[in-house]
Write a protein that binds this ligand. Structure first.
Ligand SMILES: Cc1cc2nc3c(=O)[nH]c(=O)nc-3n(C[C@H](O)[C@H](O)[C@H](O)COP(=O)(O)O)c2cc1C
Length: 159
């Protein structure tokens, strides 16, 4: 199987983009761009995302008790690009608040989830991080999209 063809086929599944955030005792407050977010369960309320095993932030995201998920708005592509850069995960404090569990969340986002780490599952070259949602909010904002390796946004509704 060609890995490029596999990657391209996977990239045809259009997703939103989010920042996964954590406040680590040693490394401080971090954000990492991810599009592997998915809903998982309503009862209990669970969501998931996947982290690469070779991420420089692997320890911080797999040992944390709590983490945040902020779904990016269509005009927040610069934040997505910034926190997708290697060695650039320290958060710009001005853009974030700290939730009551100690995890950073973007001040402005389509939706925000405060999560307690529920389960970690090793799977191939990634780990699945499952979070129990302790609190969330959602706003009437248009989401940033990621499709076939590029950013995009929803076309205006015709109705
Ligand atoms: C749109 C987009 C989605 C991404 N999704 C994920 C993801 O779900 N999981 C992940 O581990 N990295 C993801 N990445 C890569 C990380 O954001 C980041 O580039 C990578 O972690 C950098 O390496 P480091 O973790 O060693 O600093 C994504 C990058 C982009 C641009």
């Amino acid at each position: 199987m060609s890995s490029n063809e596999f990657r391209n086929a996977l990239g045809s599944f259009t997703t939103g983009v989010c920042l996964i955030t954590v406040d680590d005792a040693q490394s401080g407050a971090l954000a990492l761009t991810a599009n592997s977010f998915s809903s998982l369960s309503l009862e209990p309320p669970l969501v998931l995302w996947n982290i690469q095993n070779d991420s420089d932030c692997f320890r911080e995201y797999t040992e944390c008790a709590h983490f945040g998920i902020s779904i990016l708005c269509a005009d927040q592509q610069a934040l997505s690009s910034a926190y997708a850069r290697k060695d650039n995960h320290d958060i710009a404090q001005d853009d974030f608040i700290i939730d009551k569990y100690g995890a950073p969340l973007l001040k402005r986002a389509v939706a925000r989830f405060s999560c307690k780490t529920f389960q970690l599952v090793a799977a191939g070259d990634h780990h699945i991080v499952i979070g129990e949602v302790m609190a969330f909010d959602a706003h009437d904002e248009s989401p940033l999209l990621f499709s076939r390796g590029s950013y995009d946004q929803l076309a205006p509704r015709s109705d």
